[in-house]
Design a protein around this ligand. Structure first.
Ligand code: SF4
Length: 271
């Protein structure tokens, strides 16, 4: 369908916002389709709305109608896996209270993929050291505590009251990763009396991940001969990101944001 080339997905933080938006937008001339989250994500997030139209026009229309939403991203479908599976374990509500989608936007390190930030009603910091024991990898900072794991090209980070899923292929992939993330939290909760919490920091994300986000021009303005040397120095806390001045230029915003997020996630100094 050709219109999908310029279709967008509208995300909501709350179920009420979704219903209000559907009422308002259903009278417009645009193609509109409601996409429900699969059964295995029941209760996690409200449905999304697929709308035809260019982003700027849609933004203007949503503003005109005072529609509350937390993300408007281009519609893409890359996921081919079957999205089947039973409902989530009911204990998730006892652990997290509720999940609220705070924001959905293009991923800073790959604008063709999605970055979704979710907030939990209850703090689950006590489970993060146990989750770190279960996954045996990733970057773990016991001070926050935070845990970041790589799932293929995706990066999933857990903080005491939030979960950030970066570089999702599309909304279907997001739902799948969300279900897996909540499963991990439930698993740690269920086994809490049998797992030894991890006390030591773990830096599963190496200097290469930092290097990939640097401008890679080897200009030397940071005082290091190459970007790789600077990446290693950042990783070992021997320098600060601000010294890479090319990153302050306007067209480097996405890289800079991505780097700041990465450093923060693994508990490294940003400034
Ligand atoms: S200033 Fe930035 S771009 Fe230049 S060498 Fe250092 S890290 Fe690389």
């Amino acid at each position: 369908m050709a219109f999908l080339d310029m279709a967008h997905l509208l995300f909501f933080s709350r179920e009420e916002d979704f219903h209000a938006a559907r009422n308002v937008l259903s009278s417009s001339q645009r193609y509109l389709e409601v996409i429900e989250a699969p059964r295995f994500c029941a209760g996690f997030v409200p449905p999304v709305i697929l709308l035809s139209g260019h982003k700027n026009e849609l933004r203007a229309e949503l503003k005109r109608h005072d529609v509350a939403f937390c993300g408007l991203v281009q519609y893409l479908r890359r996921t081919t896996r079957q999205l089947d599976g039973g409902p989530p374990r009911s204990m998730w509500k006892e652990i997290l209270g509720a999940l609220t989608t705070e924001s959905v936007r293009d991923s800073a390190s790959d604008p063709t993929r999605l970055r979704i930030e979710l907030r939990t009603k209850l703090n689950f910091s006590g489970l993060i050291p146990l989750m770190a024991a279960l996954v045996r990898g990733g970057a773990y900072n016991p001070q926050v505590p935070s845990l970041a794991i790589e799932e293929g090209h995706r990066l999933i980070a857990f903080f005491p009251d939030s979960v950030v899923i970066s570089r999702c292929d599309d909304v279907y992939d997001f739902w799948f990763q969300l279900r897996c993330s909540v499963e991990l939290i439930c698993e740690a909760f269920e086994k809490k009396h049998f797992i030894e919490p991890v006390q030591e920091p773990r830096q599963g994300i190496g200097a290469i991940e930092i290097f990939r986000r640097l401008p890679a021009t080897n200009c030397g303005k940071c005082g290091f001969a190459t970007c790789m040397e600077f990446a290693v120095a950042l990783f070992t806390q021997k320098t600060i990101l601000e010294l890479c001045t090319p990153l302050l230029e306007q067209d480097m915003n996405l890289r800079r944001e991505s780097l700041l997020w990465l450093l923060q996630t693994v508990g490294l100094r940003c400034t």
